[in-house]
Write a protein that binds this ligand. Sequence first.
Ligand SMILES: Cc1cc2nc3c(=O)[nH]c(=O)nc-3n(C[C@H](O)[C@H](O)[C@H](O)COP(=O)(O)OP(=O)(O)OC[C@H]3O[C@@H](n4cnc5c(N)ncnc54)[C@H](O)[C@@H]3O)c2cc1C
Length: 368
Amino acid sequence: MNDYSEHIAIIGGGIAGLSLGCFLLRKDIQPIIFERSSQIREGGAGISISPNAINLLDKINLKESLSNEGFFPEKINFLDEDQPITSIDSRVCCISREKLVTILYKKFIELGGRIIFDHEYVSFDSDNKILNFKNDQSYKVLHLAACDGIKSKIRDDFFDTGKPVYSGYSAWRCIGHNPQKDAYLQLSSNKHLVLYPITNSLSSFVGCIKTTKENNESWIAEGSIDELVQDIGFMSENHKETVHSSNKFFRWGIYTRPLLKKYFAKNISLFGDAAHPIVPFLGQGGCLAIEDGYSFAKLLSDIGNLEDTQNRYERIRKPRVKMITRLSKEQALHNHISNPLLKKTRNFLMSKTPIIDKQMDRIYKFNL
Ligand SMILES: Cc1cc2nc3c(=O)[nH]c(=O)nc-3n(C[C@H](O)[C@H](O)[C@H](O)COP(=O)(O)OP(=O)(O)OC[C@H]3O[C@@H](n4cnc5c(N)ncnc54)[C@H](O)[C@@H]3O)c2cc1C
């Protein structure tokens, strides 16, 4: 039996697990991360990180790394098909998922953290606080932090919440050579296309469609450029250039789970997609995962005991997650309007009122 009885055991070395690990170490609380893969890996897509999360990453001095490894677009341009609607100043950082996770991993190691790879969680004896892995290793721990993503086995084992369900949306994603200064969001009936720079020379393309066609075995399947074009089409030369210079195309089925009533059970707490997988139309899933880790670590440091921390954590996170879940779902409906009159109204509101900035202010404001 391996003794980590003074450590918070984090299952999953993704955005949620690594952020939580860093924020705990910042407060001199000992975490240990168990990851089923043999190394940190993420691929094939970009991610946008908004100020609510950037400001928290800045507390562990990662803003400079975000600037160095990612890209802060100057403007976000909104278009109806290829017709400009409006343009606003951008406040987000766009970066490849791989680089974001690598930055978090390096910070975690620099702060003195330990991550144990090739450890796939299989069960937890919560009375005796013993964690068991597929490779027959067992560890005595202090607390279990579930950061094991949307298909969380810990959530299935301890929270009666039903399986993930297909949202009705799928996304094509790829990264190609196409230097850009701005981000573009192009809206159309039943689909929208996003293009944003993730370095000085690379751009990330995301095409979201409403479709009943679920992916069968894998939620993330590699596809061909022909399938992408058939599903999505292009709306600009920029899209064409980016997609044609890419060599890997991924189709992501977008799944969600019902909102949780409880974020904890006994000595187990949930974070990131394990707690609240949402549709990605406001780019907030990863940002919420970072907020979760920051909140839990700060509360634990301030309060000093785990039970009260779990209660406060749940009370603070639930309303915010509920609000962003709702706004994200509504965003898809706004993006995909097909009725010409409604389209006209949407475009008018976007161009002639501060509706976009107001919504962003609401989401980007996070204090604890
Ligand atoms: C198309 C699309 C676009 C998106 N765009 C954005 C965006 O622009 N901005 C944004 O903020 N968010 C975005 N998101 C959401 C974001 O990707 C997720 O919210 C985020 O990755 C969740 O991180 P996580 O660490 O909770 O889960 P994951 O990234 O799924 O990580 C889970 C980790 O746990 C490990 N694991 C799983 N099971 C076990 C086990 N049994 N034992 C040990 N380890 C295990 C996995 O290997 C993995 O490393 C997008 C999502 C999609 C689908």
